[in-house]
Structure formats: C-alpha cells, structure tokens
Design a protein around this ligand. Sequence first.
Ligand code: ADP
Ligand code: MG
Length: 261
Amino acid sequence: MSATMEQASPVSSAARTDAPPAILLDKVNKWYGAMHVLRDINLSVAQGERVVVCGPSGSGKSTMIRCINRLEQHQEGRIIVDNIELSDDLRALDAIRREVGMVFQSFNLFPHLTILENCTLAPIWVRRMPKKQAEELAMEYLTRVKIPEQAGKYPGQLSGGQQQRVAIARALCMKPKIMLFDEPTSALDPEMIKEVLDTMVMLAGTGMTMICVTHEMGFARQVADRVVFMDRGEIVESGVPEQLFNDPKTDRLKTFLSQIL
Ligand code: ADP
Ligand code: MG
C-alpha cells in the first residue's frame, strides 16, 4: 500500500500570488502543419504553485509544456517565464532554459556516462561550476532522491524508477526555479511509480514551482494547488483537485475521469 497516497492532508501550498507569475501563457496557439494543437491557451502559474495537467492522449499536454522551455515553438500569443518573454532572442532562451528543469517519460539519461557524470555535466559546462563542487552538489541531490550509492554506475544498470530519480536529481543540479514533468511515471512498472511520486512530493515540499503532466490522481489530490484538464488543444476546465475530480462541469471531463478512475 502506498503511504504517500494515503496521507490525508495535502502538502501545504507555497504559492505566492503577490509576486509576478512564474509562468504566463497568454492566448497561446500552435499548429503542426494544418493541425491546430494548442488553442488560445491561457495559464498563469504563481511562484511556488503546483499545477497538474491531465487529459486524453493527443490533447496537447506535452506540446504545451514543451513550449514553456521552447523545445517546441508556438506561433501566436505570448509565453513569459520568470519575467522573460520567449522569443527568438537566444540569450533569453538560454536564461529560461537555465531556470527550467524538465523530466520526461523516457528518463533521457546519457547511457555512456555514469550517474554522477550525468548529474555534473550541465553544471560544469553550462553553469561553469568547478568539477569538485558539481560533484558535491550531485551527491547532495542523489542523496535527496535516495540513491547516492548508485553514483558510479551507468544508467543501464539501474531500474526504471532509479533512472527516473536520477533524471530528477540531474535537473535539480542546475538549481532550476521551475520544474516541468511530462508523464514521469507512465513508463514505469507499478512498483516503481511510488518511489518516483515520493520524490516529486518531496520536491513539492521545498516550494518548487511545478507543472506535472500526470494521470496519477492520488498525487494530484495530495500535491496540486490546481488541476488543469486539456482536451483537443484547449484548457477545458481547471480548479482545485477536489472540485475538478468530484464536481466535473463538462461531459468531456466526466468521460475522461470515468476512463481513468
Ligand atoms: P499529449 O501530450 O496530450 O498526448 P501531444 O502534445 O503530444 O499530446 O500532441 C498533441 C497533438 O499534436 C497530437 O495530435 C499529436 O499527434 C500532434 N503532434 C505532437 N508532436 C508532433 C510533431 N512533432 N509533429 C506533428 N504532430 C505532432
Ligand atoms: Mg504527452
């Protein structure tokens, strides 16, 4: 049984609504060729806020969060991250990428580097951190995600759950202000899902601004300040988890919930 999921009280929110938003999407539209995949997306995420994004496959969840660090480019509207507007300005893009950590469904670790090297690569080459300091930092985060003893191994020697925790530690080594998760547990065997969710709950407790695409509704109830439901490129409903899950307003959300719960 999952202790995390049984916990009654949610992690208390650290959201700061008095400060400028950490992330702002203003009437964002995106097409792939003729296919309209993001339709007038408006989303404001406060500093320290935790937002869970859910919705059917193909609804545009990955595209939306990938637009936030410009792994994909939107064509209309504005995206402002940490007070910097995304544009073709490469310096602005560099600045944003430094502040935003991302964790994918498929871990994306470098297979030929050790766990420690995976974690120190970007701090050394992007942040220009001395190697020893980067290694100390990496060990600190590997300890936080409870796998310091794996530091000398290669990704292929670790379980999926351990690899995903390395991916989280690696992102944290860049000291991001914002973390984006794209279905981080959906490639994992059930017994490994909890260890990754526990790591994300720990992170939520640190006040990190997070957007998590996930269908783990127990996690959403425990951690999310807000859940956003997407369908066919639109944000159809959003609200606190209780409201969204217990009192869905649209047939689209009712149908979706009946399929996943
Ligand atoms: P989700 O993450 O909600 O499953 P995606 O954002 O991955 O949805 O996809 C939204 C839509 O865009 C889908 O119809 C998908 O097939 C399409 N799509 C995603 N990536 C690409 C791409 N690189 N080129 C063309 N179409 C894409
Ligand atoms: Mg996706």
